[in-house]
Design a protein around this ligand. Structure first.
Ligand code: FES
Length: 127
């Protein structure tokens, strides 16, 4: 049912866990399946003075695909500028994981929403 990549990210999740004193947090949940995701960000400035995701972590309560997509979205976002990270779409997460069963595509969408919410949280705090 699941691709090799999905199983790999489920069994060995990347960037698992909260970050100490994060600059921002994004918390989302899907009321239908009950899965919940939380993404933590640490932001730094690069040589060009742009804000980049220096460190990222996640905590997810949910299905195999919820954990694998959370892990993958953190890998895709790490090191990116906030503008670049905002452009990551659920299809990018799905593609990076090989494929997802149709009923699990919403898990990729939830992971992207958690990332965007964390970036929005950062921007709201910065005014
Ligand atoms: Fe809903 Fe995975 S089943 S996020």
């Amino acid at each position: 049912m699941y691709s090799k990549e999905v199983m790999d990210h489920f069994q060995s999740p990347r960037n698992l866990g909260a970050i100490d004193s994060p600059d921002a947090v994004g918390n989302v949940g899907n009321p239908v399946c009950g899965d919940m995701m939380k993404i933590y960000l640490k932001i730094a400035l690069n040589e060009e003075g742009k804000e980049v995701i220096e460190k990222i972590g996640f905590e997810t309560l949910g299905c195999v695909a919820a954990i694998a997509t959370s892990s993958m979205v953190t890998e895709l976002a790490e090191g990116k500028t906030l503008d670049e990270a905002m452009k990551i779409e659920f299809k990018d997460v799905e593609k990076a994981l090989g494929s997802l069963p149709p009923i699990k595509v919403h898990c990729a969408d939830l992971s992207v929403r958690a990332l965007r919410k964390a970036i929005e949280d950062y921007r709201a705090k910065r005014g």
